[in-house]
Design a binder for this molecule. Structure first.
Ligand code: PAF
Length: 283
């Protein structure tokens, strides 16, 4: 049986454990998560192992990135299974603070990201989100002080926001994106996929098919408006309520008017019943 990784729940215990990991000049990678781990997270841990000598995984369902109307209470929590998965991957340390350890009484400082956090994608529909993410990720970075941190490309705007923040604040962490892991039918793995009914789960891969169709048309020389309208139609026909389906610059996330403005990314967010799915692909 794989050995259970060390689990720490307070900042002083974390500091001691990370100092110990770092003895003999070992490098440290951090994989920030909210738990409910799936194969996408396992891929992040495996990439972390390739990029550093020791791997720390944080599991913290961060209340500040959820609006009161969102699913903080219902967010899947699968602690035992998460620990077993991380043990199987030989994770060195699990950082599992509770809300009091992360946000002690009197906590009153927030990171307010701009740039990629204000380009009118997720921020338009979840205005609270990137402030909550940037604040908790800044704290995770200063708590763990990793050399490198691994984030999934599935949350593409989040990846850009934390990369920018780490640079802007000289946090000394190299942020690395990890390719989206998909189910066999193309659905991007996400902890929220458990919310889908059987019928919604059958429909959900249409999001990926729509992006691929628009990308195919764009690569073949179809103009942006026509190519993106084709993808939007697939999404609407499948029964999604669309938040956005857009072609953006991969680095700045700015809107583009020509395929030559690349590198390009198609980004999408759409709701299926009560579940909101986001995804993206490169063009
Ligand atoms: O992507 C996530 O799981 C979360 O947004 C993160 C980065 C762990 C911050 O809470």
């Amino acid at each position: 049986m794989p050995r259970t990784p060390q689990i720490v729940r307070t900042v002083p215990a974390l500091r001691r454990a990370v100092d110990h990991l770092r003895s003999r000049k070992a490098t440290v990678a951090l994989v920030p998560t909210m738990g409910a781990l799936h194969d996408g997270h396992v891929a992040l841990v495996r990439l972390a192992k390739r990029r550093a000598d020791k791997v720390v995984v944080s599991i913290f369902v961060n209340p500040t990135q959820f609006a009161p109307t969102e699913d903080f209470g219902a967010y899947p929590r699968t602690w035992k299974e998460d620990v077993a998965k991380l043990a199987a991957e030989k994770t060195d340390l699990i950082w599992h603070p509770d809300a009091k350890a992360m946000y002690p009484d009197g906590f009153s400082t927030r990171v307010v990201p701009e740039g990629p956090a204000t380009v009118g994608l997720e921020d338009r529909f979840r205005p609270h989100f990137f402030g909550g993410v940037a604040t908790v990720v800044a704290k995770l970075f200063t708590q763990v002080r990793p050399d490198v941190a691994i984030f999934g490309e599935k949350d593409f705007q989040q990846l850009r926001v934390v990369t920018r923040m780490a640079d802007d604040l000289d946090l000394g962490v190299r942020v690395v994106g990890s390719k989206t892991v998909r189910e066999r039918d193309g659905l991007a793995m996400s902890s929220r996929n458990v919310y889908l009914s059987a019928e919604e789960r059958r429909i959900a891969p249409e999001l990926h098919r729509a992006m691929k169709e628009s990308a195919r048309l764009l690569r073949g020389g179809t103009d942006i408006e026509t190519a993106m309208a084709a993808g939007s139609e697939i999404i609407a026909a499948a029964g999604f309520a669309l938040d956005y389906f857009e072609l953006r610059h991969s680095e700045t996330l700015a809107p583009v008017t020509s395929i030559k403005d690349g590198p390009l990314r198609i980004v999408v967010a759409a709701r299926l019943g009560k579940t909101r799915l986001i995804d993206n692909i490169g063009v």
